[in-house]
Design a protein around this ligand. Sequence first.
Ligand SMILES: Cc1cc2nc3c(=O)[nH]c(=O)nc-3n(C[C@H](O)[C@H](O)[C@H](O)COP(=O)(O)OP(=O)(O)OC[C@H]3O[C@@H](n4cnc5c(N)ncnc54)[C@H](O)[C@@H]3O)c2cc1C
Length: 433
Amino acid sequence: MLNTDRPLLSGREPEIENSMWSATAGPHPPSTPLAAQERCDIAIIGGGFNGVTAGLRCGEAGAKTILIEAKSIGAGATGRNAGMVNPGQFLGPDEIKAHLGAEFGQRFVRELGGAPDMVRDIIKTYGIECYADYRPIIRAAHSAKTRAMLEAQTSAWQALGAPVNMVYDNELLSMTGSSRYGAAMMDNRGFTIQPLAYIRALANVAVSKGLRIAAGTPVQALQPEGNHWRIRVGHSSILADKVIVSTNAYTGNLIPEMRDEIMPLGAFGFATDPLPSKWRAKIFPQGHSLYDTHKIPLFFRYDPQGRLKVGCIGFLPREMRRGDWAAKAMRYLFPDGPAFEWRYRWSGTLGQSVDRLPHLIEPLPGILGTIGCNGRGIAPNTYFGTMLAKLALGEAIDTPLPIRKPKSYPRRRLAMESYDAAIRFYRNTALFS
Ligand SMILES: Cc1cc2nc3c(=O)[nH]c(=O)nc-3n(C[C@H](O)[C@H](O)[C@H](O)COP(=O)(O)OP(=O)(O)OC[C@H]3O[C@@H](n4cnc5c(N)ncnc54)[C@H](O)[C@@H]3O)c2cc1C
């Protein structure tokens, strides 16, 4: 049976205002209405990590650039995520090398492994106020098998000189306050941010560097015109030399060639009001963030004001919206904890690719994009946004990922249904056993 709760099919993704990040995000960046006819060097469609980073770089380079966003800056996955700035992908270095081959794999691991530093540099250089917390994120093993997997990944990263280590038992307990996990990987390259605050502040900086933003204006069509692209937006039309498509899992029918490689996958969060200090002293007492090794991971963290967030993968079905699932997740870690009220609940959509790795693509000549950050989108999209800007500006880039045409996801429709059913089944059964 079709899951009609799935936002991209039903159009019912909860508004971003239901997310706890809306409570502490800074001001929206200025948006300028479009005239009937516009002309620019580079048009960017989509205002998330990818598009805004590209916009900042293009603005700094002096290119006349317009970013067109259907809703508001950060309204896609960017303003809805868990704010964990992790390096690379969920795959470890050895798995990545097995996918990409030794040479490309080695470079991919090095560059994507260093991508959180790009976010750090942006925060520092532009004074971005996003409550960055530079303590490492805990990746906790929920079973003996995944403990061994984390130990192998830790050794592989250490062999590459990355600051990654394992923690066990009492040391881990002092960080989590829960005896649920006995081992965890600490990746000191990672850190956390308030993602909606980050992207709004970054967009404000990009505007100060010359980027123009038109928000609340969905692009309806892209048509070739000589060597350029004509972009139709309501009653306006923009003629652009190059187009960067940063719509990711929200691409819809705009570019079918791109949409067909993306497997949209939901993820959601529940959050409390700021917790009293009594509970903050027991639940993640040092304020760390954590995600675990379940096939569908659990995510826990606080926001800057002490709201406790619990998240997971999958779309947020109606029957889960009351918060019973979040209470179950809390009991899994803290069986003696109180029953919290879950004031905020929201979901978002991320994009997986066929091989679970990100790619730079040129679906049509002069149209550039990225696909497949697979739930690791903050640092990688900062890296790819920068690469796309360089390509659009005509600069040479040195990247381990050759630019290619999109491929279609094998049996995409069937895969979407099977994924969705499997996630629901797992989340209601094996996850808490
Ligand atoms: C709940 C959740 C938790 C996550 N947690 C993490 C995490 O902790 N760490 C991490 O690294 N990653 C995480 N991710 C993944 C990460 O958020 C995404 O990979 C990343 O935000 C994608 O950024 P983006 O700029 O490519 O796309 P998006 O942020 O999705 O932006 C796409 C934008 O395109 C716009 N758009 C679409 N169509 C049009 C159109 N026709 N015209 C104009 N605009 C259009 C949309 O409105 C949207 O704003 C999470 C994702 C979710 C959903």
